[in-house]
Design a protein. Structure first.
Length: 149
């Protein structure tokens, strides 16, 4: 997992061939004016999901992990207190991995919480189970999904 302000994102573009395009999307003018929904950047290889609404409590949130995508989760407004736990140490899956949705949820508790404020992002790799959208206020987020392969 990586936590960084967007102003320092250039140091991470070498980690994946699609990271430069993902960061460029997050830096575009008018990003916060885009309506909630899915935005294609490069088809299913690289796309963004925008949400704007109330956060969840820690008790309502569930750890999740992915296999086919890396998440860059950018907080445009609010504070997201994302939970984190190493995926290999998660022992309580709620069910089988859903290949179509690229997700599995866990009943495990996060090992740590990371308060991510406006203008900052996290990068979650498949080995990073995470609980997003934890806030007692409103959150405006952009999650860029980057295909691993």
């Amino acid at each position: 997992m990586i936590l960084s302000p967007l102003s320092q994102a250039d140091r991470y573009v070498s980690l994946h061939p699609r990271f430069a395009a993902a960061i460029a999307f997050l830096r575009q003018d008018g990003l916060t004016d885009l309506a909630p929904g899915r935005y294609e950047i490069d088809g299913d290889q690289l796309f963004a999901l925008i949400t704007n609404g109330p956060g969840r409590s820690r008790g309502e949130g569930k750890l999740e992990s992915h296999r086919a995508y890396i998440d860059i989760q950018y907080v445009a407004a609010g504070i997201d207190e994302m939970g984190w736990k190493s995926t290999p140490t998660c022992t309580q899956p709620q069910g089988e991995f859903d290949t179509a949705k690229d997700v599995v949820l866990y009943n495990d508790a996060p090992d740590a919480f990371v308060a991510t404020g406006p203008g900052s992002f996290t990068i979650f790799f498949p080995e990073d189970a995470h609980t997003p959208l934890l806030s007692d206020g409103n959150l405006h987020k952009v999650v860029v999904k980057i295909a691993i392969g």
